[in-house]
Design a protein around this ligand. Structure first.
Ligand code: PGA
Length: 250
């Protein structure tokens, strides 16, 4: 019996304008209204945060950002800080998504600084880790996860942190890790967190699975003992499919 409250999080990536985001957010809130015992979060792009916050006001659905910069303000063109995210209505922030690692030079070191900044601002960081296809095929999965978790979270107080295990080869590809493959990685991540923060803290932390989660595979993933929710890309863009995943979250 899991005591951790599941979190179903939607990552809208670079999709939707502010009016589109607000409309989908209202529909997601309606879909989430009947789901008990599960937390729901959506992360639209920065420019959609304010409109989406208005759409979600009073609904209980949490608002997240897709990235954060570690300084609070200054001459950092194009960056967005924790206090700005808080003021825009965010309670959560995704850090170190594999697309940021792959296309925008994110490293374990920058993930660490961003996670630290999120914690400092009282934002819940959703820290993403996961191996590439070549790493899995080379038998390096656990080694990569060990490095990403240790370096990404080194020296931080982890009580509020959420970790998302997203095998890179499963993101947006339609290939999902099997529930057993995901469980193996999740249990391993929890053991690394236990070494870093103590077993009690690690037992309370949520580890989400991400990578082609759909209404049809959510239940079998959520049934695994160390899978505490989902980080959903493509299937979170419509309230209908995201609602289907939310209903399996409880
Ligand atoms: P996907 O994306 O659900 O479209 O595979 C997951 C993610 O990138 O968080």
């Amino acid at each position: 019996m899991k005591t951790r409250t599941p979190l179903i999080a939607g990552n809208w990536k670079m999709y939707k304008t502010p009016p589109e985001a607000a409309e989908t957010a209202r529909a997601v809130a309606a879909a989430a209204a009947g789901a008990a015992g599960v937390e729901v979060m959506i992360a639209p792009s920065f420019v959609c945060l304010t409109e989406t916050a208005k759409a979600l006001a009073g609904t209980g659905v949490f608002l997240g950002a897709q990235d954060i910069f570690w300084e609070t303000e200054g001459a950092f063109t194009g960056e967005v800080s924790g206090p700005m995210l808080k003021a825009a209505g965010c309670s959560h922030v995704i850090v170190g998504h594999s697309e940021r690692r792959q296309f925008f030079g994110e490293t374990d070191e920058s993930v660490n600084k961003k996670t630290r900044a999120a914690i400092r601002e009282g934002l819940i960081p959703v820290v993403c880790v996961g191996e590439t296809k070549a790493e899995r095929e080379g038998g390096l999965t656990l080694k990569v996860l060990d490095r990403q978790v240790r370096r990404g979270l080194e020296g931080l107080s982890l009580e509020t942190v959420v970790v998302a295990y997203e095998p890179v080869w499963a993101i947006g590809t339609g290939l999902t890790a099997t529930a057993d493959q995901a469980q193996e990685s999740h249990a391993f991540i929890r053991s690394v967190l236990g070494e870093a923060a103590g077993k009690n803290v690690a037992e309370g932390l949520r580890i989400l699975y991400g990578g082609s989660v759909k209404p049809g595979n959510a239940a079998s993933l959520m049934a695994m003992p160390d899978i505490d929710g989902a980080l959903v890309g493509g299937a979170s863009l419509s309230a209908e499919s995201f609602g289907g995943i939310i209903r399996f979250g409880g």
